[in-house]
Design a protein around this ligand. Structure first.
Ligand code: AMP
Length: 213
């Protein structure tokens, strides 16, 4: 199973990625976590990324692409992945599509967790009080939500047109959100279907059924 997780900050990406990774026995990859690790290690990539992360802006595409691609290829060789936080803008989505074509790594679905802005703000402010992420201050939180709306939200149409978007109500209890995702995926990718048969289709190449699943 190869999945993308598209959702604004605070929608529960990390929680759902972990649950889906356990359910399907696939690796969970978070682009934000990969970057935070680079920052913590003080690598050249981390030093270049730090100010973007602190401001809540997207890092330049070429800074994130290679580290994500490397992890995706490794995870894919082990049976699949759930990729949280990448792609985050249209040029990254097109890059991911190219990769899917070149490497034969097509995705089975792009999950969108739908949560209202008020609820996202409430959750992120709470997280800011209980954890110590440098980007969970109120002004930065509001900026990250704006960045999601301007840069990432357009990807919903992109994946919908490719027949790959799986929208889920992210304001339900955690386990209901997971159940809805699994039910939608089961309807699209029946477990009896061979992995080879499920590994078709990138957003630029909608599946042959016209995306009507
Ligand atoms: P996240 O943990 O997904 O909320 O990401 C935290 C921060 O990492 C974001 O605010 C961006 O600064 C950066 N980031 C994560 N993924 C990407 C990406 N695909 N493209 C650019 N920046 C990213």
């Amino acid at each position: 199973m190869r999945l993308l997780l598209l959702a604004p900050p605070g929608a529960g990406k990390g929680t759902q990625a972990k649950r889906l990774s356990e359910h399907y026995g696939i690796e969970s990859i978070s682009s934000g976590e990969l970057l935070r690790r680079e920052v913590a290690k003080g690598t050249p990539c981390g030093r270049a990324a730090k100010d973007y992360l602190d401001r809540g802006d997207l890092v330049p595409d070429d800074l994130i692409r290679d580290i994500v691609v490397e992890q995706v290829k490794k995870a894919d060789a082990k049976g699949g992945f759930i990729l949280d936080g990448y792609p985050r803008n249209l040029s990254q989505a097109k890059e991911a599509s190219r990769l899917a074509d070149d490497e034969g790594i097509g995705i089975d679905g792009a999950i969108y967790l739908d949560v209202s802005r008020d609820e996202l703000l409430r959750r992120l402010l709470h997280r800011g009080e209980t954890q110590s992420r440098s980007d969970d201050q109120e002004a930065t939180i509001r900026h990250r939500l704006d960045v999601f709306d301007s840069e990432t939200r357009p990807l919903l149409d992109y994946f919908r047109e490719g027949g790959l978007l799986i929208p889920v109500n992210g304001e339900q209890p955690v386990e209901h959100v997971t159940q809805d995702i699994i039910a939608a995926l089961t309807a699209r990718v029946p477990p009896s279907q061979s992995p080879a048969a499920t590994r078709s289709g990138s957003p630029d190449q909608p599946r042959s059924d016209g995306g009507s699943r």
